[in-house]
Write a protein of this length. Structure first.
Length: 235
């Protein structure tokens, strides 16, 4: 493991060390400084962050619970590796769960929920205008996070958060293309309008269509760029 896998600058002593260690390790995974298959070493991370082992151990347990890492018998926790077939399975499941989230969110939606979604959409629109792919991915994840939270079902949230994290890991240097960003923005617009419209079944269908389109474009991109996906298996 290299010297600078973790960014220790946000770690300060005091309460909440687990939270901070969690955030630093999670950032390293999502930014791929810790690539799929990398070992999450408690003693090594404790040394890098200059904190004791116990908060690091707890942070890693949380990361495993979120599905970003998994335990192995001989190497301890490692960052999950997700191949194309598994990624497609994740999207199949996500389609159903995002549909459910949209249905429940529509029943529960008040003006605060709609306002949050509108604000997210505006920021997302600006990001797409300026071609900022990183910000697009962030705001896209936040959009679905708002709907998930509004749905008010903890089990559903946990499952969706896990799928979303695994998708981010699998999406290496991004398969996102300009056309994809515009389509996502338009579909989010339709979904906000459906939630505001108040018919849970309509919102569910719109959400499912959005994820179906993502799965199909992923499949096409993978076929067009086979190498790109293959290298995920090699660490
Ligand atoms: Zn989306």
């Amino acid at each position: 493991m290299t010297q600078h896998t973790l960014d220790a600058s946000s770690i300060t002593r005091g309460d909440g060390l687990v939270d901070k260690a969690y955030k630093v390790i999670r950032d390293a995974i999502l930014s791929r400084r810790l690539a799929p298959g990398s070992r999450l070493s408690v003693p090594e991370f404790a040394r890098q962050l200059d904190i004791s082992r116990s908060p690091v151990r707890e942070a890693i347990a949380r990361i495993e619970y979120e599905g970003l890492a998994e335990s192995t018998s001989h190497r301890g926790a490692v960052v999950v590796q997700i191949g194309l077939d598994e990624l497609i399975s994740i999207y199949d499941l996500r389609e159903v769960l995002e549909g459910l989230a949209a249905r429940l969110a529509t029943r529960a939606a008040d003006t605060t929920v709609i306002d949050d979604l509108e604000q997210n959409w505006q920021a997302h629109h600006d990001a797409v205008e300026s071609g900022d792919v990183e910000r697009h991915m962030e705001l896209d994840a936040a959009f679905h996070g708002h709907i998930r939270d509004a749905a008010g079902n903890l089990r559903l949230s946990d499952n969706l958060r896990q799928l979303q994290g695994q998708i981010r890991i699998a999406m290496t240097t991004t398969v996102a293309r300009r056309g994809g960003m515009d389509a996502a923005l338009a579909e989010h617009r339709t979904l906000i309008d459906a939630i505001r419209g108040g018919d849970p079944a309509v919102a569910e269908n719109v959400a499912r269509d959005h994820i179906t389109r993502l799965r199909e474009s992923l499949h096409d991109a993978a076929l067009a760029d086979h190498h790109h996906i293959d290298e995920r298996h090699e660490t």
